[in-house]
Design a protein around this ligand. Structure first.
Ligand code: NAD
Length: 450
């Protein structure tokens, strides 16, 4: 079907009201869950083909999270859909007010290549829960996963409800966005995010932007150094550093720098063995272009550990660096380490970059934790952990400033894909004359509204 026909078909289907009832949404979520189960092996194989993703990481961060999101949504959807009563001021007596969560309509979901399955499926769950239609655009840079998503969706949903459009993003998305979407949900780079916002502007389409940025990891001198090292190394080299919320760089208190580096080297060896190139638990770089960009960073500082590359296998070993001047988001397995002596200096350094998507703080001092959380702007944070906040469906996930706008996951996914309709209903048994012209009750009104 052409883009034009797909768009028209979805418009007609949404207008029919078929997607509105709770029973319909519930059934579609269950169908999606069954389809993911049916396709599970193919999804994991595709993720391996695209990124050499270890099955444990692929299941945990792509398939398992999608099951979790559907389960949570099925458990709560009825309650979320119920109009929410709120109080009404005395002045409006006898009125009652409620917030109705209304479906938006036609939605467009655009995904990146690094978590190419879950970052399309998770917003789709929100779109279905909200009673919407959806066009999905997976990343062409993870072609095996994009093909599996297309098959899964085609087998599960009518194209007038949910469908996949594939191809080069720079061609397909502008063609799609000549039409008005009731919501555009984009996950990807900040540069393309700006273009999405521009394309949405003429239609006044609401947009969620899930972008990237440099997520700092601050390590205080009062800290469990072994645990900190393991959790930083795990979070950094998960998916070979190709995670939007991966620790981008470490700011460690000068007193514990050497101990941290020693513990980090030990953690790398214990996770991936002496030669990570042969590890089944270590992902590879998505393509040659990214491999070349990342390889060029290796000459921008002093390598403390790793630095080995293999272009034929798109492999870059887990690398620790110091004196590294890398201004852009690294988005690969290279971890610059810098030191600070006063927390204020670490804060000043972090503030020089646009607001990060995530902040990681390792400390046993509640004052350090409190100061960093209060003084820095960031999307989400972990204290004494990395990545974990993303996986808690009770927490909103999203960026701030240049790391994005809007949130999703759990209830926030449903809220993003619905509109809050404010409805007030007033009884007719009492009709206070004072509010009507000719006006006489100004003094009374002033007393009431003070
Ligand atoms: P990208 O911006 O290059 O691509 C994302 C999507 O946009 C793809 O589907 C692509 O086809 C499309 N696209 C590319 N060029 C386009 C154009 N000119 N016009 C319209 N659409 C276009 O991002 P990427 O390289 O796939 O992903 C990496 C980036 O995504 C990193 O910056 C990372 O931090 C970020 N990211 C953010 C999150 C998050 O949740 N905040 C998650 C994953 C990745």
């Amino acid at each position: 079907m052409s883009i034009e026909n797909t768009y028209q078909a979805q418009q007609a289907f949404f207008a029919s009201g078929a997607t509105f009832p709770y029973a319909y949404r519930r059934k579609q979520l269950k169908l999606l869950k069954k389809a993911v189960k049916r396709y599970e092996r193919r999804i994991l194989a595709a993720l391996h083909a695209d990124l050499h993703k270890p099955p444990m990481e692929a299941f945990g961060s792509e398939v398992g999270l999608v099951y979790g999101e559907i389960k949570y949504c099925l458990h709560n959807l009825k309650r979320w859909m119920r109009p929410e009563p709120v109080s009404s001021p005395f002045m409006l007596y006898p009125s009652k007010s409620k917030i109705h969560r209304a479906p938006l309509g036609q939605t467009l979901i655009i995904g990146p290549w690094n978590y190419p399955f879950s970052l399309i499926m998770t917003p789709l769950i929100g779109a279905i829960a909200g009673g919407n239609c959806a066009i999905l655009k997976p990343s062409e840079l993870a072609p095996h996963t994009a093909a599996v998503i297309a098959n899964l969706v085609q087998e599960t949903f009518a194209p007038a409800y949910v469908t996949v459009v594939d191809g080069e993003g720079s061609e397909v998305i502008p063609a799609l966005m000549q039409h008005r979407f009731d919501h555009v949900f984009f996950t990807g780079s900040t540069n393309v995010g700006k273009k999405i916002l521009e394309m949405a502007a003429p239609h006044l389409s609401p947009v969620t932007l899930e972008l990237g940025g440099k997520s700092p990891c601050v390590v205080d001198d009062k800290v469990d150094i072994q645990v900190a090292a393991k959790r930083i190394i795990w979070g950094k080299y998960f998916n070979a550093g190709q995670t939007c919320i991966a620790p981008d760089y470490v700011l460690v208190h000068a007193k514990v720098k050497d101990a941290l580096i020693t513990a980090m080297k030990k953690a790398i060896a214990s996770f991936y063995g002496d030669n990570p190139a042969t590890s089944k638990d270590y992902a590879h770089i998505i393509n040659k272009k990214r491999f070349d960009t990342l390889s060029s960073y290796l000459s921008k500082g002093t390598i403390l550990h790793g630095g080995d590359t293999d272009a034929a296998n798109l492999y870059i070993g887990p690398t620790l660096m110091e004196n590294a001047a890398i201004d852009e988001e690294i988005f690969g397995p290279i971890l610059p380490i810098m030191t600070y002596e006063h927390l204020g200096d670490a804060i000043q350094y972090i503030k020089q970059h646009p607001a990060p998507l995530s902040l990681y703080v390792f400390t046993k001092r509640s004052s350090t934790e409190k100061t960093l959380i209060e003084q820095l702007s960031f999307g989400g944070a972990c204290v004494n952990n990395t990545l974990g906040h993303y996986t808690n469906v009770e927490l909103p996930f999203g960026g701030v400033g240049y790391s994005g706008m809007g949130q999703y996951h759990g209830k926030y996914n449903f809220l993003t894909f619905t509109h809050a309709k404010a409805v007030m209903k007033t009884g007719t048994w009492l009709d206070v004359k004072l509010k009507y012209p000719p006006y006489r009750g100004l003094g009374f009104l002033k007393r009431l509204m003070k």
